[in-house]
Design a protein around this ligand. Structure first.
Ligand SMILES: Cc1cc2nc3c(=O)[nH]c(=O)nc-3n(C[C@H](O)[C@H](O)[C@H](O)COP(=O)(O)OP(=O)(O)OC[C@H]3O[C@@H](n4cnc5c(N)ncnc54)[C@H](O)[C@@H]3O)c2cc1C
Length: 313
């Protein structure tokens, strides 16, 4: 890890000059993640355009600083000790979506519900199954987020990726989308994404949005902060949620973290849960499923800040 001190005024000034805006020291990740856990980020800064993003990435590379691209923070568990590097979030133009014929050009920082609303307003259908996912379009591409049998990768035409010193355009094939994964260049940030949708009457799109919203509300916890599915579905057979349910995980607790009674693959922060509580609960659930069915569940949620699940032999 870099020897550069992020609290050094000159280092911060260099990053702020690259971003063209002020950053923040010690912003707690609990405020930036949907589960509401996590200690301070050494430095937090936002990029409002591809040019600013490229400049920030170039500065972090030059200064050899660890960095993390934060989307909606809806699939992250950040350590209680926080993250000792630069947290970068997309804003401004990188949150905007622009329809162009049957295409929707989305900033990597646009929230999926916003992108779906922009598509609906332009009479474009295709995003409805994903409209309830509370992450960004960039985060969804990085995770190949999906719901109701659809995945964002199915809609992607091309992605503009920012790397220190260059921007590359990758097409659908090059991204090699698979279940909850995409092949992004190491250290690459999804800056903009072009989606191919199809024209449909606005009323049909609205009905479809409502139906998916209802289905989501009937299967997911209505209250409490979560980060969505904790574990990936193992290949073949039962889903992670079914295995966790059959293993008796619903209602299990660790501190203020609890397995949702509505969906066994959701952990809910009942108020003031620490990342250690959540991690402990994840370990207990995973052990139960392994002991009951011999299946080792892999996390869907990304762990940040040097925290890891217990190895399961
Ligand atoms: C209530 C709830 C329901 C959910 N339902 C679903 C669901 O139905 N289906 C589903 O798939 N997921 C679901 N999720 C999980 C989550 O919303 C998705 O995985 C989402 O795609 C994560 O996006 P994000 O922007 O929040 O990413 P973050 O959680 O901020 O980050 C996740 C990872 O993506 C990387 N990343 C983020 N943005 C970029 C970018 N622009 N460029 C490169 N890398 C990036 C981050 O560095 C990190 O490694 C749900 C979550 C919640 C809280």
């Amino acid at each position: 890890m870099s020897e550069v001190n992020l609290l050094d005024g000159a280092v911060r000034a260099r990053l702020e000059a690259a971003a063209g805006r002020r950053g923040k020291v010690g912003l707690r990740l609990s405020r930036l993640t949907t589960i509401g856990c996590g200690g301070p980020a050494a430095f937090f800064i936002e990029a409002a355009s591809i040019a600013h993003l490229a400049a920030i990435l170039a500065a972090t590379a030059e200064l050899d600083l660890p960095w993390l691209l934060l989307g909606g923070g809806s699939n992250l568990l950040a350590a209680d000790a926080g993250w000792p590097g630069v947290v970068i979030r997309l804003t401004g133009d990188l949150k905007k979506c622009r329809p162009d014929g049957e295409r929707l050009d989305c900033g990597g920082g646009a929230l999926l519900p916003r992108a779906a609303a922009a598509a609906r307003a332009a009479g474009l259908s295709g995003l409805e199954p994903l409209a309830g996912i509370p992450g960004t379009v960039g985060g969804a591409v990085a995770m190949n987020a999906g719901a109701f049998g659809a995945a964002i990768g199915d809609l992607v035409v091309s992605v503009k990726i920012c790397l220190p010193g260059e921007t590359v355009l990758l097409d659908h094939e090059e991204l090699e989308f698979a279940y909850r994964s995409a092949r992004l260049p190491a250290g690459g940030v999804v800056g903009r994404v072009v989606l191919l949708l199809r024209q449909a009457p606005e009323r049909d799109i609205e009905n479809s949005l409502r139906d998916y919203g209802r289905q989501r509300a009937s299967t997911q916890p209505a209250v409490g902060r979560t980060f969505g599915s904790v574990f990936k579905n193992p290949p073949g057979g039962k889903s992670a949620g079914e295995l966790l349910d059959l293993a008796g995980c619903k209602g299990m607790r660790s501190g203020a973290a609890a397995v949702s009674a509505a969906h066994a693959n959701f952990i809910v922060n009942k108020g003031g849960a620490s990342a250690a509580d959540v991690l402990d609960l994840m370990n207990s659930c995973r052990r139960r499923v392994r002991d009951s069915f011999g299946v080792v569940l892999e996390p869907e949620v990304r762990l940040l800040g040097g925290i890891y699940l217990d190895p399961l032999p």
